[in-house]
Design a protein around this ligand. Structure first.
Ligand code: ZN
Length: 344
């Protein structure tokens, strides 16, 4: 970005910064974000994607006193970073189209905020559906791959949905899903769950800085902070309890397929007792992961798995996958969310 001064006839702030990339030679309108950062772009392209902007441009025709380098200028009371991502997508990517195979979450969030405000409907739909595909589990969704370790699943999810998403992005994702923005409650259970995985718990209370804007933070509202704060110990407790339920189910029913004359049942009972006494840590992200793929496999499983015959081990893992599905079903409850259509 290079500093420039406004035309003498412009009554606005003394110094503007021209955007290095979005200062088009043939641009015919100047957008000034937050009173300081200027973009010269094509009015027709923006009018085509946003009726609100079209209307603003029409009205600005009557104000010849706001001229920057020969173009009418329009103030946007939005962050320059958000405006840049929005304009870049419209001007360089074409209306209503996100052409990039993968986008950082922060870029997508910027586009959503501006497209929502100025009612750029097609672009908003394009951007929000990408976020939706990451956060709303549907058949084949990354969260459902119980037989994959969490890290592999996380990579898979980002590739599936074309988003590079950091766990710390979850706080901003919650705010985008709220009624004041996208109003997509089905995004909330997984977004809150990802908040609860944050390495730095202070993120939950103090939020995260916006990209390139150290003075702007996305913060959870008090009620949403409380949801996460109360859910984390419950999720951790369920991580442990779910193993007990799997082992209990395995040892409770006779299994005709056992190759060791049904003696595996005794091993499973020993595993159950062993696990009940185990006070080892449980990682919250292991809640939806099959026993053998957990980052921190239960000690009882590690200790006894090789003593089971293959059919009994396979059955145990199948029960574990069923338990993961039940936990996914209950995810909204952990956060006291009443979400219609979750996992239906
Ligand atoms: Zn067996």
């Amino acid at each position: 970005m290079s500093p420039t001064t406004t035309d003498e006839e412009h009554p606005g702030p003394g110094t503007l910064v021209k955007d290095q990339e979005l200062w088009l030679e043939d641009g015919n309108i100047v957008i000034v974000a937050n009173g300081s950062h200027a973009f010269r772009v094509l009015k027709s392209l923006l009018s085509r994607v946003s009726p609100v902007l079209k209307d603003i441009f029409e009205k600005e025709k009557c104000k010849p006193d706001r001229i920057v380098e020969g173009c009418p200028s329009i103030p946007f009371y939005d962050s320059p970073t958000d405006v840049r991502h929005f304009l870049r997508t419209v001007i360089l990517g074409g209306p209503g189209s996100l052409r990039q195979a993968s986008l950082p979450f922060a870029t997508l969030a910027s586009i959503i905020r501006i497209a929502h405000k100025y009612e750029a409907t097609a672009l908003l739909k394009d951007a929000s559906s990408r976020l939706e595909s990451f956060l709303i589990p549907r058949p084949g969704h990354w969260l459902e791959q119980a037989a994959l370790p969490w890290e592999a699943r996380w990579d898979m999810g980002q590739q599936q949905c074309g988003i590079s998403f950091e766990p710390s992005d979850a706080v901003s994702a919650v705010n985008l899903a709220l009624p004041s923005m996208l109003d997509m409650p089905l995004m909330l259970p997984l977004a809150f769950y990802l908040c609860s995985l944050a390495d730095n718990a202070l993120i939950l209370r103090h939020g995260v800085e916006r990209e390139d804007e150290p003075d702007v933070r996305d913060v959870l509202g008090d009620a949403d902070y409380t949801r996460c704060f109360l859910a984390i110990p419950k999720l951790s407790q369920q991580c442990h309890a779910s193993v007990g339920r799997i082992l209990y189910a395995a040892m409770s029913e006779a299994f005709a397929g056992c190759r060791l004359n049904r003696t595996c049942k005794d091993r499973l009972r020993e595993m159950f007792v062993y696990h009940a006494r185990d006070e080892g840590p449980c990682l919250v992200h292991d809640l939806f992961v099959r026993l053998d793929r957990r980052t921190s496999p239960p000690a009882a499983f590690v200790q006894y798995k090789d003593t089971l015959c293959q059919p009994c081990l396979d059955r145990l893992l199948a029960l574990s996958e069923e338990e993961c599905a039940k936990m996914r079903q209950k995810l909204p409850e952990f956060f006291h969310l009443d979400v219609e259509g979750w996992q239906s």
